[in-house]
Design a protein around this ligand. Structure first.
Ligand code: SF4
Ligand code: SF4
Length: 732
């Protein structure tokens, strides 16, 4: 060992010792913060499925690759990080001696070849990512950026470190080539040989370059250890547990979607018959009331902004960005953590838990952070502004896009639950809807005895459950389908088609009440449970004696479809629920319905969020339309998984949209830009929102918004009177 090697070895050892000490301290701090969250025992089930999903999602980059070039570039950088960590390890041997290398595998030609290939691809990958970040920088003139609000220096810092580490990997090898210490042949390591050809024959070059590489790597470790909220770096480690503990490990994509989580206290679902707000947690009022998985979510956010780029609220000028919401919660959690870790916090009656002595030596900033209300305006010092909280349509685009499986919708609804149930604080116009649900069992407050009015004028009898018991499908009509004029046309079309196809079906009629979806999504879990329990009882009675496979329900409303199929199981109701487009596609495919006259004029299809993204039903409505229309379906640019919300979900249907551009107008402009004369939908709320949008643009005579079932009916029974356009919703 020469004098240069003595210096490089000491430098490498010293900076590594500091970095490792800081990293251990940072990891302990993060673990302590995450452990402040509430229990979530359900996250420990299905460990094999969880491990499989984690490996598939990370190795396969299932979300990222949907973004094409950026996904591929990130994959190479990720693989490069894992494999080339071995080369960082090797650098510790190289600072000691110029011909040092990794023991055993470091001398295999295959090791030289693989690391060479990954080094080159990693270099290309990181240059592509750097170019993409620069091209999308928020400060560039004109245009929107998914990085708006992201901490840009952190992204640039991480990318430069990766670039420099990769470059120095080749410089070390180059010096080995130049000094004749390189053992791999040219065919396996051509780039290293090319670098060696231009480097001088400097005997200590290997050790010096290796020391620089270690210093760069450890600088990265020191910086991220001093910044525990630096998700762009920490996600390299946190993404694995965050994906492993995702809510629905068996669902490959959109994992946090579909059902909402039940309201829990101490990790146990709340039963409102016994729940007590002084003993049980009702939703989330303080950041530590999220589960530990919530706190892990916040820590893992990479600030990539994919969620933000797809969010209908953000894209129409609302203050909600799912990314900024997660970042606000993360920063608040870590800033408040010293107070919580000292024993601070409020009990469920609002009393401080810590003694004065416990808080005596606390940083004033942590104490100030602890005083911030979780939901509050800027003047109130709130962490999340109420306008942010109430802008969400629960469309799920954010969860769908998030490469590290953050579950934004669950967190938003948990915060809404506290606001609604304890604070009674929510947009006042939604109060009418909630009162109607409680008193009349439907959001419009229509009389229950008019639920079957849609059957009037049909040329066949619609059977009720109880009058017949050999029905195959229970037709769940839904409140919109029973009371709202446009939706009633869909209900009649579906009933007519089922009758035409010879499907035995029956309705509950006046026995049906609202599924509870709007109550649950606005945060009123109490009203949801009340309605859902009543429906589960009614449905269990209707299907008495049948096993699950024969408890079949067809629903026209994707919100009912989702709630009955995915959420009633939480209350003891297990049913096989299909959307009407799925059943109609099956009836056409099996020859029970035959389209005879293609509908022309150009047709586009709007994917309802609760049918498509939340429940992955993309093909069935397209199959029905493919059979019923002339020519091909014209897709909008944002379709299927990336469909853009109509603006009605998350109970937004019953709230005024006062900020920014109207979401339905944005969507209608996209639909009209396709040139289609018909906008087909599969949801009564989308139908209302898009019809309003079309009418608002004065295009009501040129463009028709119509359910997929009505398109099919026109094709199957062209002689059937279709009725004039009805545009006045109940109560509207
Ligand atoms: S669910 Fe939809 S509206 Fe809500 S934050 Fe996510 S993308 Fe935005
Ligand atoms: S929440 Fe997910 S998609 Fe959104 S910025 Fe963070 S990592 Fe990216």
């Amino acid at each position: 060992m020469g004098s240069v090697q003595i210096v490089t070895t000491i430098l490498a050892a010293a900076i590594t010792a500091v970095a490792v000490w800081l990293a251990v301290r940072a990891v302990l701090k993060m673990v302590a913060v995450i452990r402040l969250g509430q229990p979530a025992p359900e996250r420990f089930t299905d460990k094999v499925a969880r491990a499989r999903t984690m490996l598939v999602e990370t190795a396969g980059h299932t979300r990222m690759l949907k973004w094409g070039v950026v996904g591929a570039a990130h994959w190479f950088v990720m693989v490069g990080f894992v494999v080339l960590s071995l080369l960082v390890l090797e650098a510790y041997f190289e600072v000691v001696t110029t011909d040092g290398g990794l023991p055993i595998i470091g001398h295999w030609t295959i090791f030289g070849l693989v690391t060479e290939i990954i080094g080159v691809l990693g270099l290309v990958g990181i240059l592509v990512l750097m170019a993409i970040r620069l091209r999308n920088r928020p400060t560039r003139p004109g245009g929107r950026s998914r990085f708006t609000g992201s901490t840009m220096w952190q992204g640039y810092f991480v990318e430069w470190i990766v670039l420099l580490v990769l470059i120095f990997g080749f410089v070390i090898r180059g010096f080995k080539v130049a000094t004749d210490h390189f053992e791999f042949p040219f065919w396996a390591t051509p780039v290293s040989h090319a670098v060696g050809a231009v480097l001088p024959d400097w005997a200590d070059g290997v050790s010096v370059a290796a020391a620089i590489k270690i210093i760069i790597s450890m600088t990265w470790l020191i910086v991220i250890s001093l910044n525990v909220t630096m998700g762009v770096a920490w996600h390299r480690f946190l993404a694995f547990p965050n994906i492993f503990f995702k809510r629905e490990p068996t669902k490959p994509a959109g994992s946090g979607l579909g059902a909402l989580r039940p309201m829990t206290s101490q990790g146990k679902p709340l039963d409102f018959e016994e729940a007590d707000p002084e003993k049980d947690q009702f939703g989330v009022a303080h950041v530590e009331q999220f589960s530990w998985k919530g706190l892990l979510d916040f820590s893992t956010c990479t600030e990539c902004g994919r969620c933000q780029s797809q969010c209908p609220a953000w894209n129409t000028g609302k203050p909600l960005s799912p990314k900024l919401l997660i970042l606000s919660l993360r920063d608040h959690a870590y800033a408040k953590a010293p107070y919580l870790l000292a024993g601070g916090g409020k009990d469920l009656t609002g009393e401080e838990k810590a003694t004065q002595a416990q808080l005596a030596h606390l940083d004033v900033l942590a104490l100030a952070e602890a005083d911030k209300p979780l939901i509050g305006t800027a003047e109130e010092g709130g962490v999340i502004d109420p306008d942010v909280l109430w802008s969400c349509t629960t469309c799920g685009a954010c969860v769908e896009q998030c490469p590290v499986d953050i579950e934004h919708v669950d967190h938003i609804v948990d915060m809404r639950r506290y606001q609604v149930l304890i604070e009674s604080s929510f947009p006042s116009e939604a109060g009418v809807m909630l009162r109607n649900l409680e008193n009349k069992g439907n959001p419009w407050g229509a009389p229950q005895n008019t639920r079957e009015d849609w059957t009037k004028g049909l040329d066949f009898e619609v059977p009720r459950v109880g009058e017949v018991d050999d029905f195959e499908y229970l037709f769940w009509v839904g409140c919109a389908g029973a009371f709202e004029d446009r939706a009633k046309k869909t209900t009649r079309a579906v009933a007519t088609l089922l009758n035409e196809a010879g499907v035995k079906f029956a309705i509950l009629g006046e026995g049906e009440t609202c599924s509870g979806d709007p109550a649950r999504r606005i945060g009123n879990e109490f009203v949801f449970q009340m309605l859902a329990q009543q429906n589960v009882e009614t449905l269990n009675e209707a299907f008495e004696g049948r096993d699950k496979a024969k408890r079949k329900i067809v629903a026209t409303c994707p919100h009912c479809f989702n709630t009955l199929g995915n959420e009633y199981g939480q209350l003891g109701g297990e049913f096989e629920v299909v959307h009407h487009t799925q059943l109609l596609a099956h009836l056409v495919a099996t020859g029970k319905l035959t389209p005879v006259q293609p509908v022309d004029g150009g047709v586009t299809y709007h994917d309802p969020c609760y049918l498509g993204r939340h429940n992955r039903v993309f093909a069935a409505p397209r199959e029905v339309l493919g059979d019923a229309i002339a020519g091909d379906l014209t897709e909008m640019p944002r379709n299927s998984e990336r469909s853009f919300c109509c603006g009605a979900g998350g109970a937004r249907m019953w709230m005024e949209e006062k900020i920014g551009k109207r979401i339905n107008v944005d969507r209608v402009e996209e639909a009209m830009a396709t040139g289609a004369k018909t906008v087909a939908v599969g949801c009564p709320f989308c139908s209302t929102m898009l019809s309003d949008g079309v009418n608002g643009k004065g295009a009501g005579e040129q463009v028709e918004v119509i359910d997929v079932a009505s398109v099919l009916l026109r094709s199957v029974k062209p002689e059937q009177p279709q009725g004039g356009k009805e545009t006045t919703p109940v109560g509207g």
